[in-house]
Design a protein around this ligand. Structure first.
Ligand code: NAD
Length: 307
């Protein structure tokens, strides 16, 4: 049995989670948006910033919703849609997941973190509710292998592309244990209710689009280094000048988040053998940027200064 989707939940209110919640709300679906509760670990008592600024338990989600309200460059959610998004945190509001028909996991790209979260979701999800992961390329089967049979039957990957409001592609990734009825339901629902173009992908590292995209991007960076070209030059020839106004190489990386990109490259690096493997090892300068926290728009510094 699959429950009709009246209320959804998105866990992780980062770059993707917040904009997936906005996309669902724009389609008229109520959404519970959850993220971590800010930690008061005692160490913060020495931190002037936390002493002077008391943060609400829903701080991360509230911040994400505030970004959705910004009208520039384009509003991500209409005013009416914003009313459909309920903010919460994973400690106080976890039980509310019982009331939802579709739970989307959109936390950091880390197998252990995702596996742990899915175990907790398994304890509260309503019978027949679908659970999906927005992973960019971690094995969907690996993150759910310890779960109950009923959970696995209702679990699959739903890989949205950034930004979900404008990019129509949705990769749907069933495992061997996902019920066909669930995969079919998700395809139909995504196409009709969310306006998506659905492609069913196998549960292989980075699925389809990111496998090609990661490879293309790393080849471009490799060629840039060999040719001693600049970031601006590469963006010119991979972006507006070639008729792709939004998809220049480094501007895209700033939107995606370099931390996320490096996780995605690592997934495929670890799963690849032979001569192809080296191509998925990002150059040292990218790793160094990530170490410094220069990970793109979300940190205020990436390949370009935040505009
Ligand atoms: P992000 O870093 O912007 O956001 C991650 C959010 O998860 C943060 O708000 C963080 O507080 C929260 N979080 C971290 N650890 C957590 C935990 N243990 N439990 C609960 N919440 C936790 O990341 P993102 O770019 O939104 O990516 C989220 C997922 O979507 C990843 O799996 C990523 O690979 C995938 N994805 C990203 C993009 C992209 O362009 N950025 C595109 C498609 C898919």
């Amino acid at each position: 049995m699959v429950r009709p989707i009246r209320k959804a939940a998105v866990i992780g209110a980062g770059v993707m989670g917040a904009s997936i919640a906005a996309h669902l709300a724009n389609a008229g679906i109520s959404v519970l948006l959850l993220d971590l509760a800010p930690q008061d670990d005692g160490k913060s008592a020495t931190n002037v910033a936390t002493l002077t600024k008391k943060r609400s338990r829903n701080y991360l989600v509230e911040q994400a919703i505030a970004k959705l309200k910004k009208q520039k460059p384009a509003p991500l959610a209409s005013k009416q849609a914003l009313h459909l998004i309920e903010a919460g945190n994973l400690e106080d509001d976890f039980d509310k997941l019982k009331e939802t028909d579709w739970i989307i996991e959109a936390i950091i790209e880390n197998l252990e973190a995702k596996t742990q979260l899915l175990a907790k979701i398994d304890e509260v999800r309503a019978p027949g509710a679908i659970v999906s992961s927005n992973t960019s390329g971690i094995s969907v089967e690996a993150m759910s292998q310890e779960r109950s049979l009923d959970f696995k039957a209702h679990f699959l990957g739903t890989h949205f592309f950034n930004p979900p409001r404008y990019l129509k592609l949705l990769e749907v990734i069933p495992t061997k244990e996902t019920k066909t009825e669930v995969t079919e339901f998700m395809r139909e629902f995504a196409e009709t209710a969310l306006g998506k173009g659905v492609v069913e992908a196998k549960d292989t590292p980075n699925f389809i689009a990111n496998r090609i995209g990661t490879y293309g991007l790393l080849v471009t960076v490799d060629e840039m280094l060999k040719a001693n070209a600049s970031i601006g030059e590469i963006d010119s020839v991979t972006g507006p000048l070639i008729g792709r106004p939004k998809s220049a190489t480094f501007r895209t990386l700033d939107v995606v988040g370099l931390d996320t990109f490096l996780h995605v490259a690592k997934n495929v690096y670890e799963e690849t053998e032979g001569t192809e493997k080296a191509m998925f090892d990002p150059p040292a300068f990218m790793k160094e940027m990530a170490k410094r926290g220069w990970i793109g728009a979300k940190s205020g510094q990436g390949f370009y200064l935040k505009e």
